[in-house]
Design a protein around this ligand. Structure first.
Ligand code: 5GP
Length: 111
């Protein structure tokens, strides 16, 4: 069981900013930007490479939640959405998650 599953089950605390039947959004414990929120599905999917066709509506729903959070967090000047897939990309928690980050400028290409 991952740490994110424990957050979904409310077994460990998190600063949850949004929750519905499909997904959960909470503030990252080690924020890398003034706004740094993780949006995760309730369904236990390890990463993008473990998605299947039936998960497409779930991913679409998560992006609509990200859009609403970007508005409610005041990120009208821009924001970044990141998902790390696998070790080389720096994924540390094997439960699909999207980082919504904003409130500062970001460089390109990312490090
Ligand atoms: P990854 O490196 O897998 O893309 O991102 C995992 C993220 O989860 C990291 O940014 C890390 O700070 C965050 N994180 C890890 N453990 C916890 C936790 O227990 N609570 C919260 N809120 N964030 C966590």
């Amino acid at each position: 069981m991952t740490i994110f599953k424990k957050i979904i089950d409310h077994e460990i605390p998190a600063d949850i900013v949004y929750e519905d039947d499909v997904c959960l959004a909470f503030r990252d414990i080690a924020p890398q930007a003034p706004v740094h929120i993780l949006v995760i599905p309730r369904k236990e999917i390890s990463a993008v490479d473990a998605l299947s066709e039936e998960d497409a509506p779930l991913v679409g729903h998560i992006f609509m939640v990200i859009q609403k959070l970007a508005v409610s967090e005041g990120l009208e000047n821009g924001f970044r959405v990141i998902t790390n897939n696998g070790m080389m990309a720096g994924q540390t928690v094997p439960h699909l998650h999207f980082h919504l980050m904003g409130g500062r400028p970001f460089g390109w290409p990312p490090g």
